[in-house]
Design a protein around this ligand. Structure first.
Ligand code: 13P
Length: 270
């Protein structure tokens, strides 16, 4: 009876979750928006009411809109880039945005290693780790993405890809202290933009494996403190179930982040 009473008030996931560990909800706007639609989206978010105290919210607009979003968005939403240059300095790097430039501009977050950059721009795990490290060295926080293709999953290679390829490169590149500013986003590629969300069991299995990997390769403390967020067809209608998984610490949202449904997702972590 005692155990039951305790469970009732402290479900297992809340016993495990560190008291000051907020859910991170990221909105990756990808390559979407016009001046008008971005202003409208900012307005929608600004009018969205108070966020839960345990939610930290970040949005990543395309570079073109970052300045206007930073100037107009509510102060409890941080702004991130979707990518960052491999160049460590400003200078003759046509088409790139440098990490020190982003930091000086007032940004505190970057997304690295999104599967669309890995597949479209040929970013390898080594490049993703290198970019992430440069961002970290310049005082930025990083949402570093990993995730298997459908063919990897079907071949039984999910953990080999996510842990031994994507995560190992980050573990090799980051110092123990760096991890305080790293969020891992697990985004199975087959779930991105498809409407096929990973089941809570599928997501939890990989999140738990990431947690174990970090514990073994970095430290138990880093493993416990690092937020591992899920991305891939997250909606207001499925966020509530996913957030109850003990190793899911938030979401990286694509399509739904362009609509008022993003507010439902944020409120789902309350
Ligand atoms: P969707 O939410 O549209 O599936 O995209 C997920 C994603 O790629 C976020 O980075």
């Amino acid at each position: 009876f005692r155990l039951q009473t305790r469970r009732q008030y402290f479900p297992p996931q809340h016993i495990c979750r560190m008291a000051d560990k907020k859910y991170l909800i990221g909105g990756n706007w990808k390559c979407n928006g016009t001046k008008e639609s971005v202003a409208e989206l900012v307005q929608t978010l600004n009018n969205g009411g108070d966020f839960p105290a345990n939610a930290e919210v970040v949005v990543a607009p395309p570079f073109l809109f970052i300045d206007s979003v930073m100037q107009t968005i509510r102060p409890d939403i941080a702004v991130s880039t979707q990518n960052i240059g491999k160049n460590t300095k400003t200078g003759a790097f046509t088409g790139e945005i440098a990490a020190p430039m982003a930091k000086a501009f007032g940004l505190n977050w970057v997304i690295t290693g999104h599967s669309e950059r890995r597949s479209m721009e040929g970013e390898t795990s080594a490049i993703v780790a290198e970019k992430s490290k440069i961002a970290l060295d310049n005082g930025l926080s990083v949402i570093a993405c990993c995730g298997e293709q459908l063919s990897d999953r079907e071949a039984g290679n999910t953990l080999a890809v996510v842990l031994e390829d994507h995560l190992q490169a980050m573990v090799d590149a980051f110092s123990t202290e760096d991890w305080a500013r790293v969020v891992i986003a697990y985004e199975p590629v087959w779930a991105i933009g498809t409407g096929v969300v990973a089941s809570p069991e599928q997501a939890q299995e990989v999140h738990a494996a990431i947690r174990k990997f970090l514990s073994e390769k970095v430290s138990p403390e880093v493993s416990a403190a690092t937020r591992v967020i899920y991305g891939g067809s997250v909606k207001g209608s499925n966020a509530g179930t996913l957030k109850d998984c003990p190793d899911i610490d938030g979401f990286l949202v694509g399509g739904a982040a362009l609509t008022a449904d993003f507010l439902t997702i944020i409120n789902a972590v309350a």
